[in-house]
Design a protein around this ligand. Structure first.
Ligand SMILES: *Cc1c(COP(=O)(O)O)cnc(C)c1O
Length: 417
């Protein structure tokens, strides 16, 4: 009994998309339809063994082929490998494909990867793990890739450029409208274009990376195609390529990848269907712009204009209160909301990055806006209240550094301390 109560109580301290709004930017946390779970749990799939003879698993192979065809249609690319277990693993796989391609042509010196300064941290990390060298390209004050800085890099490094990695819409939620020019610059000097499609929501059925000039991309099935993925898993980061590049697929994991995540993605795609998949992008975009416009008089919006599925504030507008983005995030917990992404991207000092996703209701979003406005009000009238938040959670402010360097994760140790 004690053990059951202990774990039941612990589970109720947990926060997830099923019990509250989770506006985490750059990491799409959306409703994960329960039918996906049922499909992935069907005994015909769950009882498969990876070493079964191929002719006994034709249905599973057909499901993978169906998912591959769907992703090809949605992205405009020709082939996918499902081996990578996460987005970062997909990036590494994609860069290995690019590296293999250049080697096959004897271009051994092509080791530089251009990455915008707004990129997700996994981009430069994956390039480094692949043994490539990162070259950063600047953003302009309107948040897009600085074309003149890119031209300079291309003229200096042309023959050494392996690829350029891009996220579009980028990490500021802005649509990079110069992709054709950028792709031409990179292709003309012999490099390939890599697309970080971790969060593909705003693009689904609206436009396709393959049509924009990208050669290689990954998708996070666990973000865009709805698999619950708190705490680092499970994931699937399939990599798609333009015709001809599939011969360079490396072996990065055994068997067929994370099959259960693939089944959830397939269930999601089939549930939406060809017509409804087109509604995802416009709705995600509408929700984000609605929140942005409703809060920009009290939160600092560094870049005006239309965003896609997410956007970034640079803290509260009134800086005189001393209330930081960290304080706002902690205070949101008191009101029952998960915090947005904070202090990322690194382009601003007080980044507060919000992604509402397409399946949040008007009521939920209005509730969030009201609380964000209330916190701005509190910051003005009673800044200490916000600075000392959270007040209603089982644990107050943790020492982030200590928690990371010395995690205490067992019950026994908690009792001893
Ligand atoms: C989440 C994310 C990644 C990394 O994906 P993981 O599955 O966490 O490895 C890469 N790029 C972007 C833009 C992301 O949001």
């Amino acid at each position: 009994m004690t053990v059951v109560r202990h774990y039941t109580n612990l589970s109720q301290n947990n926060f997830g998309v099923d019990n509250g709004f989770y506006p985490l930017g750059s990491c799409t946390m959306k409703y994960n339809p329960k039918i996906n779970e049922e499909m992935a749990a069907l005994p015909v799939f769950q009882n498969l063994h990876p070493l079964q003879p191929a002719h006994t698993v034709e249905g599973a192979r057909a499901a993978i082929a169906y998912l591959e065809r769907s992703l090809c249609k949605l992205t405009g690319l020709a082939h996918f490998t499902f081996k990578p277990y996460a987005g970062a693993h997909g990036e590494l796989t994609g860069l290995m494909i690019i590296d293999n391609y250049h080697r096959s042509k004897g271009d051994l010196q092509r080791k530089k990867v251009i990455v915008p300064d707004s990129a997700h941290g996994t981009n430069p990390a994956s390039a480094a793990v692949c043994g490539l060298e990162i070259v950063e390209v600047k953003s302009t004050s309107n948040g897009l890739v600085d074309l003149s800085d890119l031209e300079r890099l291309v003229s200096e490094e042309g023959p050494n450029i392996a690829a350029m990695m891009m996220t579009n819409p980028n990490t500021l939620g802005l649509f990079e409208c110069q992709i054709p020019e950028i792709a031409k610059l990179i292709h003309d000097c012999g490099g390939l274009m890599y697309y970080d499609g971790a969060n593909l929501n705003p693009m689904l059925g609206v436009c396709r990376p393959g049509d924009m000039g990208f050669d290689v991309m990954h998708i996070n099935l666990h973000k865009t195609f709805s698999t619950p993925h708190g705490g680092g898993g499970p994931g699937s980061g399939p990599v798609g390529v333009r015709e001809g590049l599939q011969e360079f697929f490396p072996v990065v994991s055994p068997y067929h990848g994370n099959f259960a995540v693939m089944l959830r993605a397939l269930a999601y795609i089939i549930t939406l269907g060809r017509d409804h998949v087109k509604e995802v992008g416009p709705l995600a975009t509408l929700n984000a712009n609605y929140i942005k416009e409703s809060l920009k008089d009290v939160y600092e919006l560094p870049i005006e204009g239309l965003c896609c599925h997410e956007f970034v504030f640079d803290g509260l507008k009134d800086k005189s209160t001393g209330v930081t983005t960290m304080d706002v995030a902690k205070r949101l917990l008191d009101y029952g909301y998960h915090a947005p992404t904070i202090y990322f991207p690194l382009l601003f000092h007080e980044s507060l990055m919000i992604e509402p996703t397409e399946n949040e209701s008007r009521d939920t979003i209005d509730g969030f806006i009201a609380v964000m406005r209330k916190i701005a009000e509190e910051a003005k009238n009673d800044p200490e209240l916000v600075k000392s938040a959270p007040h209603n959670t089982p644990i107050g402010r943790v020492d982030d550094v200590l928690a990371a360097k010395h995690p205490i994760v067992t019950y026994r140790q908690m009792l001893e301390e």
